[in-house]
Design a protein around this ligand. Sequence first.
Ligand code: NAP
Ligand code: ZN
Length: 349
Amino acid sequence: MDAKGYAALSKGAPLTEFSFQRREPGPRDVQIELMFCGICHSDLHMVDNDFGVSLYPMVPGHEMVGRVVRTGADVAKLRPGDMAAIGCFVDSCRTCPSCEEGLEQYCDAYATPSFSAYERGSSTRVQGGFSSGYVVDERFALKLPAGLDPARAAPLLCGGITTYSPLRHFGIGAGHRVGVFGLGGLGHLAVKFARAVGAHVVTFTTSPGKLEDAIRLGSHEVVLAADEAAVKAQAGSLDFILDTIYADHGLDQELGLLRRDGTLCLLGIPNAPANFSAMGLVARRRRIAGSGVGGLPETQEMLDFCGLHGIAAEIELLPVDQVNTAFERLKRNDVKYRFVLDLQSLSVR
Ligand code: NAP
Ligand code: ZN
C-alpha cells in the first residue's frame, strides 16, 4: 500500500517528504486514514538517536488519530467510518504474563513500537504517524470516544496515557498531594489528570511564562523552580511526584519534597544516568519509580475517562510541512503545550 509522510533520513536530519509502503490489510487489520498526530519529545529523542536504537529512514509519530477506511474480514471492534487512534506500540508477543494482563508495553519479548521498528519476525519496516495512513491489527487500535476533539485527543495516545497510568497504578486520589515537574506535553496532562482524580496538585516549572497557565490548567499551587524559598516551603509535603523533565537534572531536590514513604515517579528520559544521594531515600523510606506509557485496556479506559471528563490536550495545530519548525521550537522549550500535525495537509493519500 502506498503511503506518504515525513522522515528523517539520518540521525538528527531535518524531516523531508518521504514515500513508502505499508502492508496490505490482512483479515485482522484495520486501515486508518490518519488525520492528526501529536509531536512528543520522544520523537525528537528518536530522530537524534538519543536511545541508540533508531532506524533510518524514520517516519516518527506515535500519537495518531484518524478515520477507519477499511477493515479485514475478522475485525469486530471497528467499522469503516469510525474514529480510531493508535499509540506507542502496534504489536507484542501476546502470550507473556504482561501481555496477558494487558500490560503490552512491558511485553517480555518487547512490544513493537509504532515507528522505528520492524514488523515481528519480518524485515518489513514499521513507520510512524507523521504520514497519510496506517495499517494495524485491530487489537492495537483504540476507539476514540464521541465528543473528543480529534486533534486535541491525539496527544492523549502517549502524553495522556503516560501520566494517567502511574496515577492509577500508585492509587493517587483525594487526600494526596501530587507534584508535577515540567509543564510540557506530558506535564500539562499530568496536571489535568491529577486534578481530575481528586489530588491536590503542585506544579514546579522553570518557565515564569507558564505560572498563570499552571493554575488555569488545574494546579492548586505553582512554584517557580528558581524560587528557592518557595521550593523549600514544600519540603516533606508531597505524597507523589511525576517528573516529566527531559533534560539531565539531579533528583535530590525532588526527593526532599516527598513525605515519608512518598514516591518519585520518573517519566522523562534524560540522556544521562539519574543522579541522587541514597540519604534522600533512606532518611524517610522514600522510593524512586518509573513508568512507561500504558497497556491497551488502560489506554482505552483513559480515552473513555477523557470523554467523560472533557479532558484533552492544549495544542498548537500545524500543517505537516512545518514539522521541522515544531521540532526546533520543542528543542527550545517553546511549546504550549503540544504540537499536533494536521495530516490532512499531506498532498498524496
Ligand atoms: P516537553 O513537552 O518538551 O516537556 C518537558 C518539560 O520539561 C518542558 O516543558 C519544561 O517544563 C521541562 N524542562 C525542560 N528543560 C528543563 C530543564 N533544563 N530543567 C528542568 N525542566 C526542564 O516533553 P514531553 O513530550 O512532555 O516529554 C518529556 C519527557 O518524557 C521526554 O524525555 C520524553 O522522551 C519522555 N517520555 C516518556 C514516556 C514514558 O513512557 N515514560 C512517554 C512519553 C515521553 P517547564 O517549562 O515547565 O520547566
Ligand atoms: Zn511519546
